[in-house]
Design a protein around this ligand. Sequence first.
Ligand SMILES: [Zn+2]
Length: 404
Amino acid sequence: MESLVCTGCRREVDGRLWQARCPECGEPLEVTAPPGGTVRDGAPLLERFANFLPARSLGLHDPAAVLTLGEGNTPLLPLETIGKRIGLPRLLVKVEGANPTGSFKDRGSVAGVQRARALGFRAVGTVSTGNMASSMAAYAARAGMRGVVLVSATIPRAKLAPIAAYNPLLIGVEGDYGRLYHLSLELGPKLGVAFVNSDDPYRVEGQKTLALELWQQLRRQVPDAVVVPVSSGGHMAALLKGFRELYALGHIERLPRLIGVPAAGCGPIAAAYRLGSTVPVPWAEVRTIAKAIANPSPPSGRRLLQAARSGAPLHFLSVTDDEIMAAYWQLSQEEGIFAQPDAAAAVAAAHKLAESGVLRPDETVVAILTGHGTKDLTPLESNAPVRLRTCSLDELPGVLESAL
Ligand SMILES: [Zn+2]
């Protein structure tokens, strides 16, 4: 069985138990690097990259027992119009909204639920108000397991529907949301619920497949830079882990630069990075439209900041709501790609980085579009460019003729 190691103190932990964080120092645990080998094209995500994943812990030896809803293999598309205008002609987007439940979270959920099932759990849970909640509820249903979703009691009803559709046990909890994360990890093992939160070691293994898939889609090359929305820090840590393992295996000759993008209205990791600190700056008041990239107490913040200090090519840049919304409309209206505002933040950041010369015109840059636009219709409802003309059948020919 593969073992787990602490990302903080490097202490080794028994990988047969369900635990997400180090019992000594409290930092996230991670799976030690698997041996690596070939990619199995055409197979479901976990099988396709089984040689790069903890295959034994995940129980991938039996293809019939491999969980899938068809996650991964998302499009990698050039942004020709936007790229040319902002001076990045080789700007690409990875459309993670094309995953089964509309977000990048499905890669991590499939791995986390697969691991929980391999360990004999009958229930899986998560603490989330958005993409991760619906993703976990879907994979729990697929695996025939009970789904448990803990949300903030103040969650808007519109956000509940895409979670409730899968019929998990859905509980709104009053009180501090950051503490709820830690409480879930305490309660889970006692109650027989495997909580697969944002930076669970096996979720990170699943999210890591995004780095592997980029390498595969770019014909065994990596881009010069990857721009990724950042919230808890788990996704960015997973990308770094994936690229580092490819490097360690000799598949690539350099690591891409990773640029994490939080909303300016809540950026504890970016603020600490600017100060040269390895401790996320506590954030009192969250003010942004991009709620999915606004975690006031990011559980993987310290891990990323420590990696940056010890030489990993990580950078952070906040974007304002105005910058996010400009990129949001450009993506849908100029490129035909409908992404949620939190995802458009990556393109907004690429624009700023091109202006400041951090990203250069000759570089291949991939912006990760983490979620599909239908996941959050707030911008359309509150600020709608929806123009509906009405006319009679008799008037229609004339209306069309004058408009076209
Ligand atoms: Zn530790």
